[in-house]
Design a protein around this ligand. Sequence first.
Ligand SMILES: Cc1ncc(COP(=O)(O)O)c(C=O)c1O
Length: 401
Amino acid sequence: MRFDSTWRECLRDATLPAVLVDLDAFDRNVRYVADTVRAAGGRGTVRPATKSVRVPALLRRIAAADPIYQGWMTYSAQETLALWRDGFDDFLLAYPTVQSGDLAALRAVHAGGGRVALVVDSAEGLRAAARAMAGAETALRVVADVDMSVRALGGAVHLGVRRSPLRTIDDVRRLFALAGGMSGVSMVGWMGYDAQLAGLQDANPFQGAMNLAARAVRAVSRRSVRAKREALAAALSNDGYRVEIANGGGSGSIDHASREPWLTEVTAGSGFMGPHLFDYFRNVRFAPAFFVALQVVRSSDDGYVTCQGGGYVASGVPGWDKAPVPWWPRGAALLATEGVGEVQTPLRVRAGDGVVIGDAVLLRHAKGGELAERFNDYRLVRGGEVVERAETYRGRGWCFG
Ligand SMILES: Cc1ncc(COP(=O)(O)O)c(C=O)c1O
């Protein structure tokens, strides 16, 4: 999007705050992910992570762009059901749940002919899924979530996230064997999400010298994750299991995950939107594709303007990098004393920027999907005009927590 008259024109009759999506940049990101995965030479497909977009029209746009995009990685059972009712299919719910309401939602998709698999990492998870499927004609597909963190010194060093307790090949074998003895569930594969690669920036201007540590973590993890996934795939194949899904990777690791031939698919989500946290990876490059426009409502002092709204802080370790960053006017900055506010956000602007009351300023969100929870629709921009107003999950009345 040209940052002169174009975006202003697109906001002409908008009531701010509003979100603009630059479809050219979005499409470039979609192509970039497909090209990166294809260039790696693997046979794998890409399963987009819905949580990092949360706009059905944009999800459909990804799927329509390239046959390499197959299926969806969802984040909640209720979301999975809502998407299925909306015409989507082939889901991997990548976060475990044992609640009967959630499992009933998955059963509804399954019984209705939808293709759905649930991630599990415990006997409790398996039993709950099996119970929920009692009396069903066919078993619910389940996928073992395998811990990809790197642990050393008896656990004193832990690089990665705390999610799954399945650390060793034998842990996974035991869960596969347990599932094999149950009716109602059918183990069809595994997921090995490399969070300390996919989500760890190593050129983050907000983290200073920690970038060096992040590079070391990434270097160690890359080798370890690759070796672990390879060994797991080999072991399961030797055991005679037919693995239908072997999932790994995220936007920050698609380049190396897609070089692992034992993965049947990789996942990407945030990269499509190009949020600012994904500027800070040295190994992947996404274009900024969505912006939130705020109205300038005050100017308390020369060189300062105050905007309405702006408090769209992302989840994760709290810090400045989870706040939106000003994008236009260039050089605008948040104030360390206020950050982004619940209803107002002050910015320091450069003399000569000519930002006056009634103007719009643009910010970039830190992450891909969470901003959608604050807006009913996104304005999709192409060729200098808004070509569609696409409902977000929130606009659909969907709220999955
Ligand atoms: C299991 C899993 N896979 C993949 C991803 C990658 O998503 P993204 O590309 O949006 O970083 C995530 C993100 O948290 C995840 O939890």
